[in-house]
Write a protein that binds this ligand. Sequence first.
Ligand code: PLP
Length: 385
Amino acid sequence: KGDHFAVHWAQSVNLPTSGIREILDLALQMPDVIRLETGEPNFPPAPCVIDAYCQAARDGYNRYTASQGILPLREALAEKIWRVNHVARTPDEILVTPGGSPALFVAFMGILQPGDDLLVPNPGWPDYLGGVQALHLNAHPYPLRAPDFWPDLDTLTQCVTPKTRAIVLNFPGNPAGSLPDANHLKALVAFAEQHDLWIISDEVYDQIVYEGSALSPATLAPDRTISIYSFSKTYAMTGWRLGYLAAPKSATESLGRIAMGLWSSVSEPLQYAGLAALRYDQAGIVERLARYRARRDHCLDILHSRHIPVTTPQGAFYLLVDIARLGQDSRSFALDLLQNEHIAVAPGQAFGSQTASYVRVSLASSEADLDAGVSRLADLIASSD
Ligand code: PLP
């Protein structure tokens, strides 16, 4: 038994730690740092959401609920998925989760076996890999290529093995913020069909879209798509831990049974808070989006005026600033920037090899921090010429 635990302990120690975390942990130990490294809205949740939480707790909603989530919330989510994502899902096809990350984990756990291969985007959110490794899956990164960070189907096909069972799509994505057009999406879904893959569609940024609209693969292939959503970014509720997934009923039923063993049910007052967010904070979504867009445009003006290459994200809230001309790897650049200038950015290599010569700036930080931090960053990059 002792050995058994030793093996598992060793495996958990080997879990990858995120390169964003490294900068964040250092930044937290230093005074007066301009924090542009994490994707966390600087807004508080709407007052109506906080009130709904307190009211639900006072009214006695403090118990376990059905593991798939309370029915009124799932009904409201079905309505949202129809209105925003244009997918018809019934409340039975929705599972409420404690955030997008556990929704991803439960999806991986439910549809994949140890040893299976899974396609993940490069660049992509590094935290996919924690769940992948804990479940003994093999992640095969597929490249999203600059400048538009769109997957190239030929390369994608080369990443498929006889053990590939699923592909993670993330549009609009972290860190690149690109969006597929209808033809791109059709080709990707056809690829998944051809190789009989599940599509795990991470749509946590579905309501943070500046140009175009976030098309869900579930509009084309509802029977093979598990869509992952979250209240974290849309409603500035990162610390509350509320998310949901939508999938065919057979899948949500089995995923609900796994959820039962993992978290029993999501906090009951929190589910009522989520319901209030859906009902009463629609204007808040529009206001926050306008702020992110203004921040994006302001930062792009600063960087373009100094001729520094940078992505123009169509969605999500990140800029990828190209630092290739500095000839320094992005991790050591980010560490130097923190040490010397007290500016924290996420090194692009944390998201995969395709962004090794970029740093990621989060537009979820305040206007003042973005203005000061991005101006200084731009000066530094420009002065290297
Ligand atoms: N997916 C992506 C692409 C993300 O960037 C994040 C958070 O940064 C998540 C999922 C998970 O969000 P949460 O667990 O807070 O819902």
